[in-house]
Ligand binder design. Structure first.
Ligand code: GAR
Length: 197
């Protein structure tokens, strides 16, 4: 049975586009909806241009009431009946109330070689630490931030004159390879870790 994939974004959605482009032909999944907390996310137009339904659930009206925000997300995606959620640059934390029912069915991409550099500003922190190796990770989502079983990683060498921007750009290229690779394997039931170099 073809699986239905919801993709959550907050910004440009370049990873989302790569996921959409991958789900064709004999791929075992198809996109069913792209959801954003940010009505101005450029990725919304990119999804619509590709014929994928979009939903917006702004977080601001809910203030600190994360339960109500997450309840609204559940309502927005329910008519699209997703089997799997892919977080792709979705910049809101999700609580256990939302995450637990999706355990084993929700993925996230993070711009570091987890477990190093959970949270924000990963590229700057790699440069500050003087690391020689950086990269990105796709993992299953659990209630702890940027935690959960690792499904795949892609490496990037840090160069002597790298800036935050140059490093981010090379990591993003690897993200675009890694996420579609991991998603397809995941949908086929293969949870062995992938390492791309
Ligand atoms: C990506 O680099 C992704 O790894 C990162 O946001 C960017 C979204 O870019 N996600 C996180 O930092 C989540 N903690 P995109 O909108 O072009 O895919």
């Amino acid at each position: 049975m073809t699986k239905r994939v919801a993709i959550f974004i907050s910004g440009g959605g370049s990873n989302m586009v790569k996921l959409l482009e991958s789900m064709t032909a004999d791929h075992p999944a198809r996109p069913c909806v792209v959801l954003s907390n940010n009505p101005r996310a450029a990725g919304l137009e990119r999804a619509e241009a590709r014929g994928v339904p979009t939903e917006v659930v702004r977080h601001q009206p809910f203030g600190k009431d994360r339960d109500a925000f997450e309840h609204a997300i559940t309502g927005a995606i329910s008519e699209h009946a997703p089997d799997i959620i892919c977080l792709a640059g979705f910049m809101r934390k999700l609580t256990a109330g939302f995450v637990d029912p999706w355990r084993g069915r929700m993925l996230n991409i993070h711009p570091s070689l987890l477990p190093k550099y959970k949270g924000l500003h990963t590229h700057r922190r790699v440069l500050d630490a003087g690391d020689a190796l950086h990269g990105c990770t796709v993992h299953e989502v659990t209630p702890a931030l940027d935690d959960g079983p690792i499904l795949g990683q892609a490496q990037v060498l840090v160069l002597p004159d790298d800036t935050e921007d140059s490093l981010a750009a090379r990591v993003l290229v690897q993200e675009h390879r890694l996420y579609p690779t991991v998603l397809e394997r995941f949908v086929r039931g293969d949870r062995r870790q992938v390492l791309l170099t």
